[in-house]
Design a protein around this ligand. Structure first.
Ligand code: SPD
Length: 410
């Protein structure tokens, strides 16, 4: 599947959301990047009208507004930000992170200056809402809320009663990214590729060390994966879980090359890693980058696959919120409303290979992405997915401490 090398699915009369994707994964913008396109308000109004009024724009008008957005890396389509700027005339400063903790540290320190952020629902958004770090949404400014999946909205009410502070953005799973040829070369042609055993069985990890193993630097995901492999409930917070997880990672720690949440994509794509624990869409992106590189160089394309292990996996949801100290809440609402426009969010799903929470977008998603079981797992696989809960603070603290020690090999 090569969603990124094709003409986009859209035949809509909106120039900001049409066009061939030349470079689907431009370098990560690690510092604030301004993408001002300077469309006049009249042109914006015309664009909005052409795109169906409230669908992609709102009352927020351009002028001198600037919107500071802080999102996960590689989590919008190539033209999402420019499309919003063209539709509204609002300039966007777009900055990225790869760990929830980075966002949380900035929010709790205060004065970070962000207007829109994308925390993971549990435990991050949950405790951030409880701490008063987000402002209540003005739903009158979010007409596109009507497109969101009521089931997913309902599923968030335990952390955000009345869906007052956050809206769902994307959801995904954490599994394994496998370079099939490299892994088979190390472990044999018949090695099962559908198990956490690939990573956690020390005999496998030892043989894969040379071709490269990476693990997410995300304690929730890392604990979840190990506990699922051990046949345990990742949400139990059982007294002996730290010991069990330490043992699991202790046995494979010498064979893990790095812990990170972003660089592993390139490593998998360019052959520097053969087995990664990673987020579903990121591995889909790595596969597409590798295919594109192979096309460009004429080399054979590597067989890179995303695997949701048969033992199960964590399913997470990332949400969108407006920090309580946001300086530009109107523009923030306009941006969130834009992201909830079915054609916009479908286009993002096509790019980033993550499932969105927008029912009206379902029919607009590229059929190959919609049929990709790594993006939209079938019912029998969904039955094995575990939604994380927020653990008691003391358990969470113990996990964080243990994770730091595991990483350092202590
Ligand atoms: N490149 C985008 C990755 C988004 C991952 N967010 C989920 C974190 C779950 N702990």
């Amino acid at each position: 599947m090569r969603p990124h090398a094709r003409q986009t699915r859209l035949a809509a009369p909106c120039p900001h959301i049409r066009g061939r994707r030349v470079n689907p994964y431009p370098p990560i913008r690690s510092t604030a990047v301004s993408l001002r396109l300077g469309f006049a308000p009249l042109a914006c109004a015309l664009l909005l009208a052409a795109c169906g009024g409230d669908s992609t724009g709102s009352a927020a008008n351009g002028g001198n507004q600037a919107l500071n957005v802080y999102n996960w890396s590689d989590y919008v389509a190539e033209d999402t930000i420019s499309g919003f700027e063209q539709a509204t005339g609002i300039k966007v400063n777009y900055d990225v992170y790869s760990e929830n903790e980075t966002l949380e540290a900035k929010l709790t320190a205060g004065g970070a200056g962000y207007d829109v952020v994308f925390p993971s629902a549990r435990p991050f958004a949950q405790r951030q809402i409880a701490a008063g770090l987000y402002m209540p949404l003005d739903k009158d400014q979010l007409p596109n809320l009507r497109h969101l999946d009521p089931e997913i909205m309902d599923g968030l009410t335990d952390i955000d009663p009345g869906n007052r502070h956050v809206v769902p953005y994307m959801w995904g799973t954490t599994g394994l990214g496998v370079n099939v040829d490299q892994v088979r070369a190390a472990l044999g042609e018949d090695v099962p590729l559908d198990s956490w055993d690939l990573l956690f069985n020390p005999a496998n990890a030892e043989k894969l060390a040379d071709c490269g193993i990476t693990v997410l630097d995300d304690d929730q995901e890392a604990f979840g994966a190990a506990l699922i492999w051990l046949g345990r409930d990742p949400n139990a917070g059982a007294p002996d879980e730290i010991v069990a997880v330490r043992q699991a990672y202790g046995a494979i720690r010498p064979y893990i090359r790095t812990f990170n949440n972003a660089e592993y994509k390139d490593a998998l794509a360019n052959g520097d890693a053969c087995l990664v624990m990673g987020y579903s869409g990121d591995i889909g992106q790595a596969r597409d980058v590798a295919l594109e590189a192979a096309e460009n160089t004429g080399n054979p394309a590597p067989d890179i696959r995303y695997v949701i292990p048969k033992e199960g996996a964590i399913r997470w949801t990332d949400v969108i919120a407006i920090p309580a100290d946001a300086r530009n809440p109107d523009a923030a609402h306009a941006f969130i409303n834009y992201l909830m426009a079915p054609e916009v969010i479908a286009d993002i799903t096509d790019y980033v290979a993550y499932a969105n929470a927008n029912l009206a977008a379902t029919g607009l998603v590229d059929p190959e992405i919609a049929a990709d079981e790594g993006v939209y797992p079938p019912e029998d696989v969904r039955a094995k997915l575990v939604d994380p809960v927020s653990l008691p603070e003391d358990v969470q603290r113990q996990r964080v401490r243990a994770w730091t020690q595991i990483k350092s090999g202590r």
